[in-house]
Design a protein. Structure first.
Length: 287
């Protein structure tokens, strides 16, 4: 299985990644970049590690995000790259060099060097892929999976339903349900035999992976899943069921974070920047 991504880094030999527990040790003669929180994204880890293979500074990976930095930099580290996942609201200033990746679009002070994922139009683009995917005909019969009714993805969904592009077969709202997405989705499939639903639209990568796992487990091939986020490593799990993911190219983000962190260590400046969504599609011809 191969994912095709717009703007993604070209794949190469996978670097070996080791997670390290922080411990105060004597400084190493060579400056090290410590990376925190990257275990949330396999692609981000690999992007950082791959860039470091040809870079000036080695990297060491540590479990935990910003909270793991409460005791300062690990011994030997000259700078920290910090991955802010979905559970982080932001990043408080620290008294040592850092470069931050706001993977969920969190607000970071302009005084802190950072890269931010900006999910502009990701939900609209993912839903358009679902609507236009052959052999779907308008209105496309879709099951929607959402975190809440106040999310941007839900607003895109309701607008499409109001315009007649989408016919909502069922909706899962995570913060209003006492069941997991897997439990709810599997129970819904008992009501829909093959041919009754065209697609599944998921607000997050995690919800998309959950739906795809249920469909695959049941051997259902009559609908495809489309995700408006690459969370949960969804872009690495594309298949004939999980057909497309619109979200951050985390591998590219990891490489950019390393490049900017290395620039800071070499005395250069690193401009704050944004990275927009990429489209990852399942490509059976390249399996």
């Amino acid at each position: 299985m191969t994912a095709c991504a717009q703007g993604a880094l070209a794949p190469s030999a996978e670097p070996e990644i080791h997670l390290t527990a922080p411990s105060p040790v004597s400084a190493s003669p060579e400056p090290v970049i410590a990376v925190f929180g990257a275990e949330a994204s396999d692609s981000f880890q690999k992007g950082v590690a791959q860039a470091a293979e040809s870079g000036a500074y080695p990297v060491e990976f540590y479990t935990g995000g910003a909270d793991a930095l409460s005791g300062g930099l690990p011994g030997g580290a000259a700078l920290a790259i910090v991955y802010l996942g979905d559970d982080a609201d932001g990043f408080d200033p620290v008294d040592f060099p850092v470069y931050v990746y706001a993977a969920s679009g969190q607000s970071v002070s302009p005084d802190i060097p950072h890269l931010t994922y900006f999910a502009l139009n990701a939900a609209a683009d993912a839903l358009t892929l679902a609507v236009e995917y052959p052999p779907h005909e308008t209105p496309v019969r879709i099951i929607g999976l959402f975190t809440s009714k106040t999310s941007g993805a839900y607003a895109v969904w309701t607008n499409a339903a109001g315009n007649g592009r989408v016919f909502s077969k069922a909706e899962y709202i995570a913060n209003r349900s006492d069941r997991t997405a897997e439990e709810w989705f599997q129970s819904q499939l008992e009501n829909f035999y093959p041919g009754m639903v065209d697609a599944v639209f998921a607000e997050t990568g995690e919800l998309a992976v959950a739906a795809a796992n249920v469909l695959s487990g049941l051997g259902r091939t009559d609908m495809e899943v489309f995700a408006a986020s690459a969370g949960g490593n969804a872009e690495r799990m594309l298949s004939s069921v999980l057909t497309a993911v619109v979200g951050a190219d985390a591998r590219r983000a990891g490489a950019l974070c390393y490049e900017n962190a290395a620039a800071l260590l070499s005395g250069k400046t690193a401009e704050n920047a944004q990275i927009g969504p990429s489209v990852f599609r399942y490509s059976p011809a390249k399996q």
